[in-house]
Design a protein around this ligand. Structure first.
Ligand SMILES: [Zn+2]
Length: 291
């Protein structure tokens, strides 16, 4: 029975998100579509939290280390605010290029009259491509790592550290995630689905649930990959950069999912604060010479 639940867990969550998007697009008016991502989370989070109790992956990751409310604030206030700001500022900052591209219908997806499913797939592939390289840059460039180390500073991988990001990183990542969607001129319906799917998969990749995604591990970025991404060992953590998909990791050689081996210690080799206010100033600290 446990094995069955382990394998059913991830497809059920994905199924609920797709169902949520489908029903939202059918039932809601244009003005109400904005509630779809939040509702998808609302219906899937109880399953994830229940899974952390009934199908726990690591007992020591169930113990709070004084970071919960800070992570809660980051996930529900900092990250959504930064993402919304990024989404809003792209057309403002790139006003002329965006208007030009949209007016000339140059790379707009709409002129090809793709079906909704194809447009959604292309939109996810494009935003995931940009996210992949942004995330990789946050690991590889020292200045950017100062911000991203806050996310990796968590000493456990659990549902609420999915949104533990510095405001500036959340803004930059959000900016590059939405950028291709604006340039490609995806429809509002597609945009709502992309945000709904990435919102839920962002939580699922962090949950402390011992689920098995099976062959879906070669399509989606799941907790089975993302735990390795949080490993304290650098050669293990500089892998699996995707957000929703793992495809770009497979293509660019950063896919990592060893068999018969589990991640050991997670976190980083530095004292990252758990308090959201101290986290905000942490990247701007003076570094010792040579660092
Ligand atoms: Zn990372």
């Amino acid at each position: 029975m446990r094995t069955f639940i382990q394998y059913a867990f991830y497809p059920i969550i994905l199924g609920l998100v797709f169902l949520g998007c489908y029903l939202g697009l059918r039932w809601f008016s244009k003005a109400e579509l904005i509630y779809v991502p939040g509702l998808c989370l609302l219906f899937t989070l109880p399953l994830m939290i229940t899974g952390e109790f009934l199908l726990m992956y690591r007992k020591d990751w169930d113990e709070a280390k004084g970071e919960f409310w800070s992570d809660f604030f980051s996930s529900l206030v900092v990250l959504p605010t930064a993402s919304k700001l990024a989404e809003f500022l792209i057309p403002v900052l790139f006003f002329y290029p965006v208007i030009w591209l949209v007016n000339h219908d140059w790379i707009s997806l709409t002129k090809y009259e793709f079906s909704f499913g194809v447009e959604l797939l292309l939109a996810i592939l494009a935003s995931e491509f940009f996210y992949y390289w942004t995330h990789r840059a946050f690991h590889k460039l020292k200045f950017l790592w100062r911000f991203h180390s806050i996310h990796h500073g968590a000493e456990r991988v659990y549902w609420m550290n999915s949104g533990r990001f510095h405001f500036i990183e959340a803004f930059i990542s959000g900016f590059f995630y939405f950028f291709p969607l604006v340039i490609l001129g995806v429809s509002e319906d597609v945009l709502i689905c992309v945000v709904s799917i990435s919102g839920v998969t962002g939580f699922v990749e962090h949950i402390n649930v011992d689920f098995k995604a099976g062959f879906l591990n070669y399509v989606f970025n799941t907790a089975q990959h993302h735990r390795w991404h949080h490993s304290i060992i650098e050669k293990e953590s500089n892998r699996n950069y995707g957000k929703t998909l793992i495809l770009w990791d497979l293509l660019f050689g950063t896919f990592y999912l060893p068999r018969n081996k589990e991640v050991e210690e997670v976190g980083v080799d530095e004292n990252v604060p758990h308090n959201v206010v101290r986290q905000f100033v942490y990247p701007f600290r003076k570094m010792p010479k040579g660092e």
